[in-house]
Design a protein around this ligand. Structure first.
Ligand code: MG
Length: 228
């Protein structure tokens, strides 16, 4: 049976697109440049990480509020509510992370079964079609469609059913320690590759069958070590 490699979406295959965000804000008459958003981003992510560490799961609105306020938007709250409502059809995480996309293509080209496996809002396939990447993967698994979020092992099992693969031949790659790494290992997958998108994310201890990779080449080496 063919090996399986799955990728998380946000901060693994696609990043927050600050140019797109600036254009969306412009539609609401708010002039905030991508440069100012980029300057405000580190503080916003720091806040996001602090809230996550405090157990406040998925603090999307707090991330955005800090980002927009930091970039100089006067009244971020209604804008953030609007962006959240729009997120299913105008996902802000749409900037391809090219080296990881290239790795996914390379794996598919040599016979590995690949999928996107993401905690998302139900519009992930439409997004990947819009940005021209849907055809690069054998399956796109969106928790908002399946009705089960990572790290629940059932969404990992569902992914394998869709791909026609086995847990012992499967490796998942993602940037969320809990959702991606604990999730894949808990589902009995051969391995999990942690791709920390921010410096503070490295775990204190890395369990067996998990590897930290900071770029696509480190992912290639980890996959080789997993026999893929
Ligand atoms: Mg992610």
């Amino acid at each position: 049976m063919a090996p399986v490699v799955t990728f998380d979406a946000g901060q693994t295959l696609v990043d927050l697109d600050l140019d797109f965000l600036a254009r969306r804000l412009g539609e609401r008459g708010v002039e905030v440049t991508p440069t100012r958003l980029a300057a405000a981003a580190p503080a916003a992510w720091k806040r996001f990480d602090e809230l996550n560490a405090a157990g406040i799961g998925h603090p999307w609105k707090q991330l955005m509020t800090t980002l927009l306020a930091g970039a100089g938007a006067d009244e971020p709250a209604p804008l953030v509510d609007w962006l959240w409502d729009e997120q299913p059809r105008a996902n802000l995480w749409r900037k391809p992370i090219e080296p990881i996309i290239a790795l996914a293509k390379e794996l598919a080209a040599r016979g590995v079964r690949t999928a996107v496996l993401s905690n998302s809002e139900g519009g992930l396939r439409a997004l990947f079609e819009e940005i021209g990447l849907a055809h690069e993967f054998h399956a796109i698994i969106d928790s908002g469609v399946v009705g089960i979020d990572k790290p629940d092992p059932r969404i990992f099992a569902h992914t394998l059913e869709q791909l026609g693969g086995r847990a012992e031949d499967a490796v998942h790659i993602g940037d969320s320690w809990t959702a991606d790494i604990i999730g894949a290992l808990g589902a009995g997958w051969r391995g999990a590759i942690y791709y920390p998108s921010r410096a503070n994310q490295a775990p204190a201890a890395v369990p067996a069958r998990a590897v930290v990779a900071r770029d696509a080449d480190e992912m290639r080496r980890a996959l080789t070590a997993f026999g893929i």
